[in-house]
Design a protein around this ligand. Structure first.
Ligand code: SF4
Length: 675
């Protein structure tokens, strides 16, 4: 019997209209767990580097995590993996909400989509009955509207629907997949869904999931709930508000936005407004939030209520989570009311709330500097807010300049030329980053920015405080109940960390300590992504309820896999290496692993080189960031080594340029429309 997982995937070939229920190999679960882990293995096995993001042979995998659908609090993530049109590397975006547990209850661990449908379709998974249905009447409909219409059409209000809007249909590189109160937004996975002609996947499941040792498992779940309660009553003092508690940053609850608005950059990630937040702004924004927020909401089986339904006067209700509260507002130098209004439209279009505002701010900056002109922007309004709406509409329709901007700042700058590349200054691996520009290099963040493959700093940071505590008293207070650490030495690292002097950034944490901290932080994220756990209860916040010491017990009693800390760490390292192997095979090398030039004002080239050299070695990678034969063998990834050898990967010293043409550009140059 299979526990926690169903043991079956759905394989859908949209070119042939074929649907198959395929039993999976339990040995893969032992080696790669589930979710991201087994996704990385499937992409490795079935999507070689010759396959482009918009090829019918690219796969789009919707995966549940190993523990999704069990009573484990907050375990509800859907991990969507494919090859990204933005980075041309492996994408693995996640969404919370309700979709993954529903799929488990329908009897499947993953839905694997291949091929392309000639006409727009949606998928209806209703326990054992699976259908590919016509979606021509949904063409152009908003993502949220689509979900409503499908629920009505199916007469199944409890169906969970993951859908794309116009942006996905038009293969906009920042297109998201929206679902309930959540979305999988980064890296253009919505564009791949649109390219496959798939408007939505609706799921309804009413089956049970087996738990290996139910009493023990429920006991662990109760401990987690109890700990959440304790942590909620005892926020961590001396850290920024979003790190004091648990959950994803509680943006829908907080009124105090001093920290974000004064520390993050406005516009095209260039301007800090240090004195922005004052009494008047606070009152206005508080009023806007209070008047728009209908109620706070949670994802499946979670008490944290990180999201909210918003009813902005005159607009349909929609749901918002996290930092998209501020991204549009700050990109446009506007106020919260504008941010909420444009986010409603953007959610229906289905676009990433991080990249899209930056792309629009980038376009305005190019216009203001004469690189884009009135000829490029015919009819663009003169007011700032009007310009953002105008740009958003054109981007999602790929109209005029919108067709260029729809490929993100990196590709757009290349296509526009005339010096535009200097304005696409906030990218790593061809993708927009958080709008942050800081002063002193932080060695831990340097490594995370450079080597992270999820391309989002929030998806690799966490566990270790972002800055030292001011006093020894605060430090001692913090470390005394720090049970989540994998090794006692981390306490000393924190105790010795100072704001100034010998033990401060950039030379402290030392190079070795920085490697260990980053490895710990990243490993916890990768474990979450295989189990389907929300990072907001595990890898992101300080002192979370899930950690390396209780996770093995959850896996053993839930999935019936004999697990301990060392085995779990090794499994995470195995599929983390496999993610890298997928990217290495696609040409990623050391030259791609660098934060934006202007991310920190004070840079230290020798130290940065030493950090990267040491971290690569620490991870078992060579000087180009390629996993070595020894490290691959140790992880049982001999097949990766054989493939690397066959392809001459080890002799590629990084001088070979990575692919420098976006697929949309190639299409235009060849004069084709659909491949
Ligand atoms: S912590 Fe927040 S984002 Fe995470 S599962 Fe709970 S409600 Fe969702």
């Amino acid at each position: 019997m299979r526990y926690a997982e169903t043991g079956f995937n759905l394989e859908i070939d949209l070119s042939r209209g074929n649907i198959e229920r395929v039993e999976t190999d339990p040995r893969d679960t032992e080696l790669y767990l589930g979710g991201l882990g087994t996704n990385a293995k499937i992409l490795w096995d079935r999507v070689p580097p010759e396959v482009d993001p918009f090829s019918p042979d690219n796969l789009l995998i919707f995966a549940t995590g190993l523990l999704c659908g069990t009573p484990a609090t907050g375990c509800n993530r859907t991990i969507v993996s494919t090859i990204s049109p933005q980075t041309l590397l492996m994408a693995f975006s996640m969404m919370g909400g309700f979709w993954a547990p529903e799929l488990k209850y329908a009897g499947y661990d993953k839905v694997i989509i291949r091929g392309k449908s000639p006409d727009l379709v949606y998928l209806w998974i209703n326990n054992d009955k699976v259908e590919i249905r016509d979606a021509s009447h949904l063409q152009g409909k908003g993502a949220i509207k689509t979900a409503e219409l499908i629920q009505e059409e199916l007469k199944e209000p409890k169906a969970q629907v993951a859908s794309i809007g116009l942006a996905g249909e038009n293969r906009v590189y920042m297109a998201s997949i929206e679902q309930g109160r959540s979305s999988a937004s980064r890296l253009g996975i919505g564009a791949v869904m649109g390219d496959k002609g798939l408007k939505a996947i609706a799921v309804r499941g009413t089956k049970d999931i087996n738990i290996a040792r139910p009493a023990e498992f429920i006991g662990l779940c109760n401990e987690v709930l109890q700990y959440i309660k304790v942590r909620e009553e005892k926020p961590i003092p001396g850290v920024m508000p979003i790190l004091a508690g648990l959950g994803s940053p509680q943006e829908m609850k907080v009124h105090d936005e001093a920290w974000h608005t004064q520390n993050f950059m406005w516009g095209n990630a260039r301007t800090r407004r240090k004195d922005f937040w004052n009494k008047e702004v606070e009152e206005k924004w508080t009023e806007t939030l209070e008047n728009s927020r209908t109620r706070l909401i949670s994802c499946y089986n979670c008490p944290m209520k990180c999201g909210a339904t918003l009813s902005v006067p005159g607009l349909p209700t929609y749901m918002m989570k996290c930092f998209s509260k501020l991204t549009y507002t700050m990109a446009a130098y506007s106020d919260l009311d504008f941010g909420f209004r444009i986010a409603q439209r953007a959610t229906e279009y289905g676009v990433d709330g991080f990249s899209t505002p930056q792309v629009m701010a980038f376009a305005i900056e190019l216009y203001e500097n004469g690189i884009l002109t009135d000829d490029d922007m015919p009819g663009m309004p003169s007011d700032n807010e009007g310009r953002f709406y105008w740009l958003l509409d054109r981007i999602v329709r790929r109209e005029g300049i919108g067709d260029v901007l729809a490929n993100g700042t990196y590709w757009a700058a290349k296509e526009i030329g005339r010096g535009a590349e200097a304005y696409a200054h906030n990218n790593i691996k061809k993708h927009e980053q958080l709008p942050l520009k800081l002063s002193m290099l932080n060695p831990v963040y340097f490594l995370m920015y450079a080597t992270g493959e999820k391309i989002n700093i929030t998806q690799i940071e966490g566990q270790f405080p972002q800055a030292p505590f001011a006093t020894m008293e605060e430090r001692e207070d913090f470390v005394k109940d720090w049970i989540q650490i994998p090794d006692e030495k981390f306490k000393q690292y924190l105790l010795d960390w100072e704001f100034r002097g010998e033990h401060s950034n950039p030379y402290y944490p030392t190079v070795q300590m920085s490697c260990e901290i980053v490895d710990w932080q990243e490993t916890m994220h990768y474990i979450d992504d295989a189990l389907g756990m929300c990072a907001g209860l595990s890898s992101f916040p300080l002192k979370p309820p899930y950690h390396i010491h209780n996770y093995p017990k959850f896996i053993s009693s839930g999935a019936g896999i004999d697990m301990d800390e060392a085995k779990l760490w090794k499994a995470a390292k195995r599929y983390r290496t496999l993610v890298r192997a997928n990217n290495i095979r696609r040409g990623m090398r050391r030259k791609d692993e660098k934060p934006p030039e202007n991310h920190w004002k004070k840079r230290f080239p020798d130290l940065e080189k030493e950090l990267l050299d040491t971290y690569y070695k620490f991870k078992g990678w060579n000087t180009q960031g390629i996993p070595t034969k020894e490290s691959l063998n140790e992880l049982g990834l001999d097949y990766v080594f054989e493939d690397f050898e066959k392809r001459g990967v080890y002799s590629d010293n990084g001088d070979t340029p990575s692919k420098e043409t976006s697929e949309e550009n190639e299409k235009k140059q060849s004069g084709g429309s659909e491949p």
